[in-house]
Design a binder for this molecule. Structure first.
Ligand code: CO
Length: 502
């Protein structure tokens, strides 16, 4: 992937040019364990919570960065902790609970690390203590979604954990009425089709990957009751490290990153499985297009080499498929001996937004850079998922070029090229924004709603839930809800208009 910015995309942004963008010591403070579980009404509020903002924001991410003082090697290995912020009548309530996974319960009882982590966490005792231990710890730390009256914590390599949406108690592993088997993979990145081509009703569409020398991709479509109503599997050549996918009304689209896997260092206890993946800059990314409803063949089309964790959206228009994705020039690697807290941001490639245009009839793919600013964690209006759309919101660096921690939220108008950035620099560190449509909004005004995002405030050493007017990021936040504590940098979450737990 080239990283040379296209000048035409350098639209106006609102920034504070004299502020120091970030400080590594400040950033590090957001990666401390939160061991306590809280329940309280948030009372430290700047601004006012809109009274028509009603519902529950669920967030997931690693809550523990250590087990009784033994540090884990990478945050992706941290035990899943759910935060729920419920909004009702202009008030907000905070609750957090760890997912009581089998591994979490065992390690907390033993007060030491008992499992190897995929991203390099090892049991104490050196390689000999870790060799040939292939047990997976289902850490349930990547996403949390409410669908079919079930709240589910997701981790891509194993089955979901079901939780009580009110008190966040762990109810057990979830097999979707017998569809999944013990140990089944189930991605942490479902897509929610607002109106499926089958019957116009909403669907949760998700996938699972089994990989080795070749890979099997299974697609699941769940109706509003949580029943799996469509399921189909497809074999594709080669090893696949795929974290996310996108949907359109007729297709599921995957980017098979150009990587190879050498299991030997993992097997003999030297490295985590995720550290045995090597990026191959000399090989193309393969774009896999799977029909959702027809028997037409799966198509695999090569594109330029690059690495994608997250896609923003996809849609069908004028005979083409369009896919918007956050691309890195290569896989951002954490070296086995390196300390993630000492990340050299300058030395890494930024994630940047690219648009891919796929023509299935001509079997061609073209791509261009949409946004050079370092960005991650895209979100959009839920009714536009899989459809042509105008606005994308995304966590972004304060500075327009180079790699840096996320400190703001960027709004992109994909129609006009306009940009708006709300930046919390120098003290604030951003996570994934979630777009919540305003109830009774004009359906033709795509940005009529709020953005909810947890920021770590390094000055206060606490986290804040920031409510932004999605229609105008140039104005100050509608409200900042200061929590009594920090929440370690999280991964993904979702909003449901049902008020839970209060
Ligand atoms: Co993700």
């Amino acid at each position: 992937m080239q990283t040379v910015p296209d000048q035409s995309t350098q639209a106006k942004v609102t920034t504070t040019p004299d502020a120091n963008p970030y400080n590594l010591q400040d950033w590090q403070k957001g990666y401390r364990s939160l061991k306590q579980e809280h329940d309280y009404w948030i009372d430290d509020i700047e601004g006012e919570i809109p009274t028509d903002l009603q519902g529950t924001l669920f967030r997931n991410g690693p809550g523990l960065l250590d087990v009784n003082g033994q540090r884990i090697h990478h945050p992706f290995d941290g035990d899943g902790m759910i935060s729920a912020i419920a909004f009702k009548d202009g008030r907000a309530h905070y609750r957090n609970r760890f997912v009581r996974t089998e591994g979490f319960v065992a390690e907390q009882a033993a007060q030491k690390i008992l499992y190897r982590g995929v991203f390099g966490t090892q049991k104490p005792g050196g390689w000999l203590a870790n060799a040939f231990d292939f047990r997976l710890k289902n850490i349930a730390n990547t996403n949390v979604v409410y669908w079919g009256d079930k709240l589910m914590a997701l981790w891509e390599a194993a089955e979901p954990h079901r939780l009580d949406p009110n008190m966040l108690d762990t109810l057990g592993l979830e097999y979707l009425n017998g569809t999944l088997q013990p140990g089944s993979a189930f991605s942490a990145h479902p897509r929610f089709d607002p109106a499926c081509a089958d019957d116009g009703s909403p669907r949760m569409v998700n996938f699972a990957i089994k990989t080795g020398l070749s890979s099997t991709i299974t697609i699941y479509e769940l109706d509003l009751t949580g029943q799996v109503v469509r399921q189909h599997s497809h074999s594709v050549p080669g090893f696949a490290f795929v974290h996310d996918f996108v949907i359109t009304p007729n297709y599921c689209i995957f980017f098979q990153n150009p990587v190879t896997f050498n299991p030997l260092p993992f097997a003999v206890g030297l490295r985590g499985a995720g550290e045995c993946i090597t990026f191959r800059a000399d090989q193309p990314t393969q774009i896999i297009v799977i029909p959702r409803y027809t028997q037409e063949p799966v198509q695999i089309l090569p594109a330029e080499s690059g690495f994608v964790f997250h896609h923003a959206n996809a849609f069908e228009q004028d005979g083409n498929l369009y896919v918007d994705s956050i691309c890195y020039a290569k896989l951002p690697v954490v070296e086995p001996e390196a300390d993630y807290l000492k990340t050299k941001f300058d030395a890494l490639e930024p994630g940047q937004l690219w648009r891919f245009t796929i023509n299935l009839a001509a079997k061609t793919v073209q791509w261009h850079l949409v946004e050079p600013r370092c960005c991650e964690f895209p979100t959009l209006h839920p009714q536009q998922v899989g459809r042509p759309y105008r606005y994308l919101y995304i966590g972004a660096a304060h500075s327009p070029l180079g790699n840096a921690p996320l400190q703001g939220i960027l709004k992109l108008d994909l129609e006009t090229g306009n940009r708006q950035l709300w930046s919390a620099a120098p003290w604030g560190y951003a996570g994934e924004p979630v777009f919540v449509p305003r109830p009774n909004a004009d359906p033709h005004v795509e940005d009529d709603g709020w953005l909810l995002a947890l920021f770590f405030n390094a000055k206060l050493e606490r986290s804040e839930l920031v409510i932004l007017d999605a229609g105008n990021l140039n104005r100050e936040p509608i409200a900042r809800l200061r929590l009594k504590h920090h929440v370690p940098y999280g991964l993904h979450g979702s909003f449901t208009p049902t008020v839970f737990g209060i």
